[in-house]
Ligand binder design. Structure first.
Ligand code: GLY
Length: 422
């Protein structure tokens, strides 16, 4: 099987490495990729937001399966164009990708499916902002305001703050830019990312993971696209995972079918395990980054066959998934100043080791690998338990040199020390 992966992040690098382990995958291609993916796949340049261009490329290289990594092409309907060209595609249609692309659509689906989520309100008129802020936040017993962009914002459109002025300023700047604002109540409890391969009403959950969104140790500083992750979650009882699948993911998948926009691809449930049980923070329509790097490091089942089965309506026929014992920890190396405007163009030393997954990297004409984005790369450590996986991940990241770069030193630390519970 010839597989084309669309995207250029560490998530796509992890997908390619897992696909390469599948004996039925004979050839790998990626577009546009990065300096790390170029070593394991044929690399093509394409505008990934242009469905016709992606479909043309897939046709030209004889791809049997296209796997679309990022949300932007999915929300723009690139999967529809690939399928219309007669090529199997792992990734939802434009209609189904609204589960991520429109927070209000996602809320409608969750309400209809009876899924517990944060209370929410959309504000699109600046004149209504103050009254809406007063209906949320500490005034109603919540410890913070949650202010989101009602569209795609790559994880950076969210501000969670106990400071009403800060909440107001963020909401006002979104409204000024013409973006409707979503106000939500705050959900207490640890966060969980549960990814499921979905094909209509068939749901196959992967191992649960947790990611770390703030830039600094101790969950300080601004939100980022993700600074680290780990899997599995020993502190999360199996009954709660079953409850999430049966009471949240399956009803949402069924509701998408009922609405005439069945979901095919990776359905990412971002949840908080609150004192009243699991509740949805958000759904995404694709593999999450950096959780994917940890989850796929532990997958033993052949990924190509699994994604092809979902893309061709045969997911229900697949055998149960097999996982490696132990744990995987991912730590992201970010460029100086990230999540602000990152410094780029610096030479990276040590990035070609096993377990290093590239994101914002490029190969210069002289052969050197240089930084080209904010999240430059991630390292994955595996081990018999979280402590061993952390040790391996941190030994690896400390062996890499990039001027001005930074990483969090506490990824999975609380869980490894038994300080997370529900
Ligand atoms: N892990 C956050 C995201 O993928 O959006």
């Amino acid at each position: 099987m010839r597989v084309l992966v669309i995207g250029s992040g560490a998530r796509e690098h992890a997908l390619l490495l897992a696909l390469r382990r599948d004996p039925e995958v004979s050839e790998l291609a990626v577009a546009p990729g990065n300096a790390g993916t170029a070593v394991i796949a044929d690399q093509y340049d394409v505008d990934i937001t242009d469905g016709d261009a992606v479909a043309k490329l897939a046709h030209k290289i004889g791809a049997d399966l296209v796997v679309i990594g990022p949300e932007v092409p999915l929300v723009l309907g690139v999967a529809d164009a690939v399928r219309a060209a007669g090529i199997a595609c792992f990734g939802p249609t434009r209609d189904a990708a609204r589960i991520e692309g429109s927070k209000s659509f996602a809320k409608d689906v969750m309400t209809a499916a009876g899924v517990r989520t944060a209370n929410s309100e959309i504000v699109d008129n600046p004149g209504h902002l103050d009254a809406a802020l007063d209906r949320f936040g500490p005034a109603v017993g919540e410890p913070a305001w949650v202010v989101k962009d009602d569209g795609l914002a790559a994880g950076k459109g969210v501000v969670v703050t106990p400071d009403r002025d800060a909440a107001r300023a963020h909401a006002a700047s979104l409204l000024d830019a013409g973006h409707p604002v979503l106000l939500e109540s705050f959900l207490d409890g640890p966060e969980v990312s549960l990814f499921s391969i979905v094909d209509g009403e068939t749901v196959v959950p992967l191992l649960p993971a947790q990611d770390f969104k703030r830039v600094g140790d101790g969950d300080t500083g601004p939100n980022t696209g993700g600074m680290g992750a780990f899997a599995p979650l020993d502190w999360l009882p199996d009954e709660v995972i079953t409850q999430i699948v049966d009471e949240i993911v399956k009803p949402v998948a069924a509701e998408m079918v009922r609405r005439g926009c069945p979901f095919t691809g990776l359905l990412y449930a971002g949840l908080a395990i609150t004192s009243r049980g699991p509740a949805v923070v958000e759904f995404n329509c694709r593999f999450g980054d950096p959780e994917t790097q940890s989850v796929l490091a532990l997958l033993e089942s052949p990924l190509g066959q699994l994604l092809y089965a979902a893309a061709t309506g045969k997911l229900a026929d697949q055998p149960p998934l097999q996982w490696r014992d132990g744990a995987a920890v991912t730590v992201v190396l970010a460029a100086e100043n990230y999540p602000g405007r990152p410094r780029v163009g610096d030479v990276i030393v040590g990035s070609e080791a096993d377990g290093v997954l590239h994101a914002g990297t490029a190969r210069r004409e002289d052969g050197a690998i240089v930084s080209s984005g904010g999240r430059v790369l991630s390292v994955v450590g595996t081990g018999a338990d979280l402590a061993a996986a952390r040790e391996n991940a941190y030994a690896l990241i400390k062996s890499i040199r990039l001027p001005g770069s930074h990483f969090r030193t506490d990824i999975a630390l609380a869980a490894a020390e038994g300080r997370v519970s529900v």
